[in-house]
Design a protein. Structure first.
Length: 347
């Protein structure tokens, strides 16, 4: 490998995200904008993408996501960033249509051929999603940055928001947790090639299942788990829905090989930043639950809130999309609003 991309960036993947509390401050003056009746989902909520009603029973989904390298290899960086960006369309229950690249590159430090490899990785993922990488914009930047702006489409009736869960809903996740910790371990030079490969495989798996789940009314809410961690995105779902979420921590699946890195405290700095931003909304938890629940995921799985009677059908769909049987356990439930937004049960 000629270049180690992570050595040129101060952050990694969705771990580059601005902390939730800080982001709320930044967005505080943008909530009240001009009224657009056809804007079905905008910045008035903390959802995954914007959605505009096209007036013919369908709606356009628009999203963008970009970050600094979470892996050293340029091709894998492109694949991960593209998978992550496209995920926002799937999280809304939609079908991606087209992507535009966003590239920042330190041309005085890293050869432009490496940027070409980033784009090649992104093209591969876009082809897997069945969409073109149709153009983009690039700048000379101090650190490598890459991502996509993605457009998609969805039937208005099939839009899945992150704030529409209902009391009694069951919660499921489509991917294991832990890529933030393993990525940190890799940067420290203590992660095995096997564990790094497993993390990359997870981060480059498209959340295509979201488009199919959009067809079912029994799927009440959906979001993808990224930089705010499982707890952060669950808080957005529960708080937005006016409910409390319970989590059965023993049912939360993690990447194989994660434990040694937790024991060696290869913990991303943003894990603690996440907790400091929203920990007051969660009951007191142990160290393991904090480290796993706040672990910043890059291109993480979907968090799905479903009507209980839909569980059998959901697991059938999981099998159709080759979701690991390790993810088949219900990880929690939505209950009436209580003192805390999230209640973690660790026994």
């Amino acid at each position: 490998m000629s270049v180690k991309l992570t050595s040129y960036s101060h952050g990694a993947g969705c771990g580059c995200k601005i902390a939730p509390a800080v982001l709320d401050t930044i967005l505080s003056n943008t909530r009240d904008t001009l009224h657009f009746p056809s804007l079905l989902v905008g910045n008035h909520s903390n959802d995954d993408a914007a959605v505009m009603d096209l007036g013919n029973g369908t709606a356009m989904i628009s999203t963008t996501d970009f970050f600094m390298p979470i892996v050293d290899d340029a091709f894998d960086f492109g694949r991960i960033a593209a998978t992550n960006a496209i995920s926002d369309v799937y999280a809304m229950g939609g079908k991606p249509l087209m992507a535009i690249a966003i590239l920042g590159w330190p041309i005085d430090k890293i050869a432009p051929e490496e940027a070409g490899r980033v784009l090649d990785g992104a093209k591969q993922v876009c082809e897997e999603a069945g969409i073109p990488l149709a153009g983009g914009h690039s700048i000379d930047s101090p650190e490598p940055i890459f991502g996509l702006a993605v457009s998609g489409i969805v039937n208005v009736a099939n839009i899945k928001k992150n704030n529409s869960a209902k009391e009694g809903d069951l919660l499921f996740i489509t991917k294991p947790i832990g890529v933030g910790t393993i990525s940190t371990a890799a940067k420290k030079g203590i992660a095995t090639e096997k564990d790094i490969a497993a993390a990359i495989a997870s981060m480059t798996t498209l959340n295509k299942i979201g488009e199919t789940l959009g067809n079912y009314d029994e799927v009440h809410a959906m979001t993808d788990i990224t930089g705010f961690g499982l707890f952060g995105h669950l808080i957005e779902m529960a708080e937005g829905s006016g409910l409390t979420a319970t989590i059965e921590f023993k049912n939360v699946n993690v990447l194989d090989g994660l434990r040694p890195y937790l024991d060696q405290y290869a913990i991303p700095a943003i894990t603690y930043r996440n907790w400091n931003s929203y920990g007051e909304k969660i009951n007191e938890v142990g160290v393991d639950a904090l480290h796993i629940g706040c672990d910043p995921q890059t291109s993480g799985g979907l968090l799905i809130s479903i009507q209980p009677e839909f569980e059998t059908k959901l697991l059938e769909i999981f099998r159709q999309f080759n979701i690991s049987p390790d993810q088949f356990k219900c990880v929690g439930q939505m209950i009436a609003k209580g003192e805390k937004v999230v209640v973690v049960k660790e026994d």
